[in-house]
Design a protein. Structure first.
Length: 159
């Protein structure tokens, strides 16, 4: 009888370790770097802005329907012989089980040295994809997202 108790306790201990190990498994994690450029002809009609990005993305996959993307980087914007930079750091939360995407952080922070901000897009945007069309909830200044780009366009257009 004693051997059965030992076997039962051993089996229970092994099962407990397996359950605690499964519960403590970390999310999948992938880090990658990207470097790319594109011509932006839509932000400031009549002015082509060449944007070059250097960024690092860290993707955490918690489940097949839930992931987080941490994006850090620098965007360089050039037009008409002028160049500006924007440091960005934002977290993107995707939860497809709730049909929702959140973007939190700084997407654009473009400043003229000694002259202040030309464009700030920071805070939180929540996109509810369960509605048609999708519903947006916005907190914070989101000049690029809302199309308030006149200062940036004037800067690049002026000689």
């Amino acid at each position: 009888m004693r051997i059965y108790i030992i076997i039962a306790l051993t089996a229970a201990a092994i099962a407990g370790v397996a359950v605690s190990t499964a519960a403590a498994a970390p999310p999948g994690r992938e880090v990658f770097f990207a470097s790319f450029s594109f011509q932006d002809t839509w932000t400031c009609p009549g002015t082509t802005i060449v944007q070059s990005n250097e960024e690092r993305d860290t993707i955490l996959e918690f489940s097949p329907t839930r992931l987080h993307v941490q994006r850090h980087g620098v965007a360089t914007l050039a037009a008409n012989g002028k160049t500006l930079t924007s440091n960005f750091s934002a977290m993107i939360f995707e939860d497809w089980s709730e049909s929702e995407v959140k973007v939190v952080g700084t997407v654009y922070n473009i400043q003229v040295p000694g002259g202040g901000n030309l464009l700030l897009d920071a805070g939180k945007v929540v996109i509810d994809l369960s509605t048609d069309p999708p519903t947006f909830r916005i907190a914070g200044p989101h000049q690029q997202f809302l199309g308030d780009v006149a200062d940036l366009c004037e800067y690049f257009a002026a000689p």
